[in-house]
Design a protein around this ligand. Structure first.
Ligand SMILES: [Zn+2]
Length: 273
């Protein structure tokens, strides 16, 4: 059998015929005028950046298929990969990074597959991570990953290549991250002001590094501007219906965090089971 990833087609949950059904049901606030689901669909199609699939980067087959849940995530967690700040911005390098992370997560951590749903290289190449992540996003479902301990049931994770404890992320990476977050906010009906957080907002870790973390307010603003530019006329969910246990707890950043390659803080916890 080929080691290439063969995507399974049966989801086990009903495909939602209307985008943002949960957002509408939740009674969120309205962004940008009248509700227009057809326009929202067009906006979503136009909002998706180029995302390289697992087939593109030659992913290994997962040990088991990831769990998909019908309700959308309520937070987008920004991580760094805690790998070198490579000057190689090529697509080939990006694909090698995705393979290296998958190998580490499966062979060293013993996980079933890549933990995070999406990966962005320093060159701004965006890649699918965990199996069926693109399918889940397209259908408005949550694909349970392994990236933020005790909060994997309701968060989608983006790993950004590099270490941003003291270095500033490249412009190409930030541009791709902005596009990715806008696409996810549209797909899931999320308000960027609430939805975009850093790993350290939930777990005791320096991830995504002081420098990238300090850029999150600008990222939220840029994502909102991009949504307006897309004329995204859809309901956004506010936080009124988000359970308290889903909200960030802002633990202290540990002074002596492990500096192992690929380690960027606790990724799975007892409440993820
Ligand atoms: Zn992290």
């Amino acid at each position: 059998m080929s080691s290439r990833d063969a995507e399974r087609t049966d989801v086990g949950v009903e495909r939602r015929s209307v985008l943002h059904g949960a957002a509408l049901a939740a009674g969120g606030v309205l962004l940008g005028g009248a509700i227009d689901l057809a326009a929202a669909g067009d906006a979503l199609a136009g909002a998706q950046p180029t995302v390289y699939t697992r087939g593109d980067w030659n992913a290994r087959r997962p040990k088991s298929w990831a769990v998909m849940r019908p309700s959308p995530p309520d937070r987008i967690v920004v991580h760094h990969t805690a790998t070198a700040n490579s000057a190689n911005h090529s697509k080939g390098h990006a694909f090698a990074l995705s393979r290296a992370i998958q190998n580490y997560h499966m062979d060293t951590n013993g996980w079933n597959d890549t933990g995070q749903q999406l990966t962005i290289s320093r060159g701004g190449h965006i890649m699918e991570g965990r199996n069926r992540s693109l399918k889940a996003i397209a259908e408005g479902h949550h694909l349970v990953g392994a990236h933020t301990a005790n909060h994997n049931s309701h968060t989608i994770g983006i790993e950004n290549e590099g270490n941003y404890v003291s270095a500033t992320p490249p412009r190409d990476l930030m541009g791709a991250l902005t596009e990715t977050c806008a696409w996810l906010c549209l797909a899931y009906g999320l308000d960027p002001a609430d939805a975009i957080v850093g790993h350290r907002d939930y777990n005791a870790t320096a991830c995504p590094g002081d420098r990238l973390y300090a850029l999150l307010p600008q990222l939220r603003s840029d994502v909102r501007s991009r949504l307006r530019g897309l004329k995204a006329r859809l309901m956004q969910r506010g936080d009124s219906d988000v359970p308290e246990e889903h909200l960030p707890t802002y633990p202290d950043v540990p002074a002596d965090e492990s500096r192992a390659l690929f380690y960027h803080g606790p990724a799975v916890g007892p409440r993820d089971n």
